[in-house]
Design a protein. Structure first.
Length: 281
């Protein structure tokens, strides 16, 4: 029901209809699930992912959408994607960065000294440089549309044991980057961030630098993870990627006129409690 006195647009809750949105790292997991929300809400979605296989799979699922294979840590791939978006949609209203890799949760003291340079470069290239480059390459289009940039951090930026030192550092960097870019891109481009916690069907992979590229975060036995998660979470259900669509769509939407420089901690309340009283259910 629509209350009198609210702006007319609120009546037809379609946050991103006709928005041209680029979803970076949307071949699987979080980005793929959120892409379903954007498509259902009538956005003109561009999928971008480093995996050709995942890009093809997304094309099969979504049909006639722009789906681009590329590496977001390479300027040339992002520029090529920008050209395709201009050709196909003529505008860009939002860029959302989901891309990421994990560090395998390996404790720093267990990482051989001769692996550190490569591991640092690998994690920061994808998780941080990819977002920085996307911000730079798409800034002018976003300024033209008075659009939005939305980044992805993690609960690992807030609390220990969401990943190892390298992954957590990249996710803290994304949160800091959100503050800085919101300042630099104002007043035309809003820059915000979502920090998710757990994601069903994630394919987040480990680092090549440690020979863990074949391992996924989701390989952690589900029962153990679920038990630990349910002990902490104030909302018992383990979230699916699609459950995160709403915060991302709001931040990507022209309807957001009130937030910039913020990170939404979407953690199901898991960091909102201390440890005296065990959960009763
Ligand atoms: N899985 C979790 O529990 C969790 C929790 C909090 C935050 N996150 C964050 O959510 C985001 C999505 O992770 P996910 O769990 O869905 O994993 P995922 O591996 O399923 O999704 C990440 C996608 O990014 C793509 N990608 C990787 N490197 C790329 C590059 N250089 N250029 C373009 N695309 C690239 C991958 O191919 C993949 O499709 C990541 O930023 C991750 O850090 C995940």
């Amino acid at each position: 029901m629509v209350r009198e006195g609210l702006p007319g647009e609120v009546a037809s809750v379609s946050l991103v209809a006709n928005h041209s949105v680029l979803l970076i790292g949307s071949g699987s997991g979080l980005g793929r699930g959120v892409a379903r929300g954007f498509v259902q809400a009538g956005a003109q979605v561009t999928i971008f992912d480093v995996s050709a296989e995942k890009v093809e799979d997304a094309r099969e699922e979504f049909g006639d959408i722009l789906a681009v294979q590329g590496d977001c840590s390479k300027v040339s791939d992002l520029v090529a994607c920008r050209d395709k978006i201009i050709e196909r949609h003529g505008k860009l209203d939002a860029v959302v960065c989901f891309q990421g890799i994990w560090d395998g949760n390996v404790p720093l003291k267990d990482i051989a000294l001769d692996r550190i340079d490569e591991l640092f470069r690998e994690l920061f290239d994808v998780n941080v440089k990819g977002s920085l480059l996307a911000a730079r390459v798409f800034h002018d289009l976003l300024q033209e549309s008075r659009g939005a940039l939305v980044l992805t951090s993690s609960n690992a930026a807030y609390a220990a044991d969401g990943g190892g030192a390298f992954y957590s550092a990249t996710k803290g960097a994304i949160k800091a980057l959100t503050h800085q870019l919101a300042f630099e891109f104002s007043p035309y481009v809003r820059v915000n961030c979502v920090a998710p916690t757990a994601i069903g069907k994630s394919e987040l992979r480990g680092p090549t630098a440690l020979g863990l590229e074949g391992q996924k975060q989701s390989d952690i036995p589900k029962d153990t993870l679920l038990r630990a998660y349910r002990e902490l979470s104030l909302i018992a259900d383990f979230p699916e990627a699609e459950d995160y669509a709403w915060p991302y769509m709001f931040l990507a939407s022209h309807s957001n006129k009130v937030m910039t420089g913020q990170t939404i901690l979407a953690d199901q309340g898991s960091l909102n409690r201390n440890f005296i009283t065990p959960r009763s259910n």
